[in-house]
Design a binder for this molecule. Structure first.
Ligand SMILES: O=C(O)CCC(=O)C(=O)O
Ligand SMILES: [Fe+2]
Length: 313
């Protein structure tokens, strides 16, 4: 795997190995990173390198399959639990596969049959990243001064969607965007990149949308944890969902695997009572509300439809 060495002292890198013997140290770092940047890197996270490599390998092979095979899974229905698609932006083609992954037994039989071992390798990957995500969610709840078990069961019963992206190499020297700026609808997203390409609005520019883009270095064996819209809502705006985009590589096909974690389809996420000084600053919404928004003609980012000062009365 490629390694990106432009790491600066400013990059929020969190070593998870002390989480069990010195949790407060880790929780404080999580709080600072979520508050300042809306994302952080995790290292020593417990997901084996072999599981990560195999997940990248089977997806690389999936996207190399003949188009007719991939297109059997094509759909533009955003409610589909397995969906292949292709989007062209500025000469860059991005193919993607969306897979519902929890509860695994409910969905795995509809995942791609090819390449060989796809279901087994991705099933293991989804399960391992889920375990990590449950731990991270508990630590994030504590970082908000909520109990470690706040919404724990709801998160454990929630929906996990894998969003796998394959970006064609760029042709010219000026790399263009392969995935336009957006925030994720999730509570948290745990992202894996085969090589650099993720960019976020620079933390030092206060995450304002007009801020500067910053390359997120890809540390070998790390994941990037992103604050999603539903965590912004739950935290009553204390943490902001991070605006991010992806730039393809000019030398090879770039892959990313996003694990998006939400509550159950119709479960409403609203600001935690403990974090509402006077009142909640966001409307409650569910994953289904997000999917309806996505399929609608409303071009506003989902989070904007939830901020109370922007909701028409
Ligand atoms: O390709 C990437 O690094 C980002 C992917 C992403 O943001 C997404 O799938 O939501
Ligand atoms: Fe994203």
């Amino acid at each position: 795997m490629e390694e990106n060495l432009e790491i600066s002292a400013d990059d929020p890198i969190i070593d998870l190995s002390p989480l069990h013997h010195n949790p407060l140290f880790v929780i404080k770092k999580i709080h600072e990173a979520c508050r300042r940047c809306g994302f952080f890197h995790v290292i020593n996270h417990g997901v084996a390198d072999s599981v990560i490599e195999e997940a990248l390998n089977v997806n690389r092979k999936f996207f190399e399959l003949p188009t007719e095979i991939k297109e059997e899974l094509w759909s533009d229905d955003v409610q589909k639990v397995v969906r292949f698609g292709e989007v062209e932006v500025g000469g860059i083609s991005r193919e993607f596969l969306k897979l519902y992954a929890h509860p695994l037994h409910q969905y795995v039989s509809s995942w791609p049959k090819l390449p060989l071992h796809y279901r087994e390798r991705m099933g293991l990957y989804a399960t391992e990243v889920r375990k990590l995500s449950i731990e991270l969610f508990g630590a994030i709840m504590e970082s908000l001064n909520l109990s470690e078990t706040h919404l724990k069961q709801n998160f454990e019963q929630g929906i996990q969607i894998l969003g796998i992206n394959s970006y064609s190499p760029c042709s010219g020297p000026n790399a263009t965007t392969g995935l336009p700026p957006h925030t994720d609808h999730s509570l948290i997203t745990v992202l894996l990149q085969s090589g650099p390409g993720l960019q976020v609005i620079d933390c030092r520019s206060n995450m304002s949308v007009g801020g500067l883009w910053k390359n997120v270095p890809r540390l070998n064996g790390s994941f990037q944890v992103l604050v999603g819209d539903h965590l912004e809502v739950l935290s009553n705006g204390l943490y902001k969902s991070v605006v991010h985009r992806a730039i393809p590589s000019c030398s090879n096909t770039r892959l990313s695997i996003a694990n998006l974690h939400s509550l159950r389809m119709d479960e409403i996420v609203e600001p935690a009572g403990e974090l509402q000084e006077n009142e909640g600053r966001y409307k409650g919404s569910s994953l289904r509300d997000f999917l309806k928004h996505l399929a609608s003609r409303d071009t506003r980012p989902f989070i904007e439809t939830l901020r109370i000062d922007q909701v028409e009365s």
